[in-house]
Write a protein that binds this ligand. Structure first.
Ligand SMILES: [Fe+2]
Ligand SMILES: [Fe+2]
Length: 239
């Protein structure tokens, strides 16, 4: 059986990431998903090939590929973090929030943990949106200035703090808070494993949460273990 002949619901159950594609094209993959993908496309005036290509492309857009950043310029790393990880949070958090609303509305009465997951997700998303804005407006531009000054053989650039350690401390403590909220979500969702009877939306929600937390770990690793220590080293060398 080809993918186009499979039921939309089955595709979403086998690979919850495909829910992104179905949401993008407005294809019902949950209660109304008992029809072949080709029929669902026809019903929605969509090209089957285009939808299949988007599913195929998912493998290439999964966040967070393992890359060696420790020898690359900090300006490049900061740009990568903003583009890949901050962009991912801005795009993915609203989607997860919508999925949480749907799942809580349908199953919240019988699964008390769903409302708790939703509340922790709201806190995590709100904190992260404020956090990444501070990095983009204050810290990252200063780190780029530090690196430029080092390359030009100049002195310490002017900043709105006495040492880059100050904003880094704030960012580190916010990373810890995000880590605690993520751990709580993992615990409440029994390690992102939905119950046997869970519908495709429920599964897509848990799979999305797993990806979100995994991407956050890669993101924080790049900042805590590469970007921030290197910025501190440069500042020390310039002082
Ligand atoms: Fe960040
Ligand atoms: Fe950060």
């Amino acid at each position: 059986m080809t993918l186009a002949e499979k039921q939309v619901r089955e595709i979403a159950l086998e690979n919850p990431s495909t829910s992104r594609v179905f949401e993008h094209f407005g294809i019902d993959y949950c209660c109304g998903g008992h029809k072949p993908l080709s029929a669902a496309c026809l019903e929605n005036n969509l090209s089957v090939d285009e939808v299949l290509a988007a599913i195929e492309n998912l493998a290439h857009t999964t966040p967070g590929t393992a890359e060696e950043w420790s020898t690359r310029p900090l300006a490049e790393l900061a740009e990568h973090i903003v583009w890949k990880h901050h962009g991912y949070i801005r795009k993915e958090f609203p989607r997860l929030r919508q999925l949480a609303e749907k799942v809580v509305a349908r199953h919240g009465e019988h699964c008390a943990e769903l409302a708790q997951i939703q509340s922790n997700l709201e806190s995590l998303g709100d904190e992260l949106l404020a956090h990444i804005q501070k990095e983009e407006i204050v810290l990252f531009p200063y780190i780029v200035k530090l690196e430029k000054a080092q390359l030009a053989g100049g002195g310490l650039p002017l900043g709105c703090f006495s040492s880059v350690l100050q904003p880094i401390h704030v960012m580190l403590s916010e990373h810890d808070s995000a880590g605690l909220l993520s751990a709580r979500i993992r615990e409440l969702s029994t390690d992102f494993n939905p119950p046997e009877w869970a519908c495709p939306t429920y599964r897509a929600f848990y799979a999305g949460l797993r990806e979100f937390v995994e991407d956050l770990h890669r993101h924080i690793h790049l900042e805590n273990n590469i970007l921030f220590p290197k910025a501190l080293e440069i500042e020390k060398a310039l002082s």
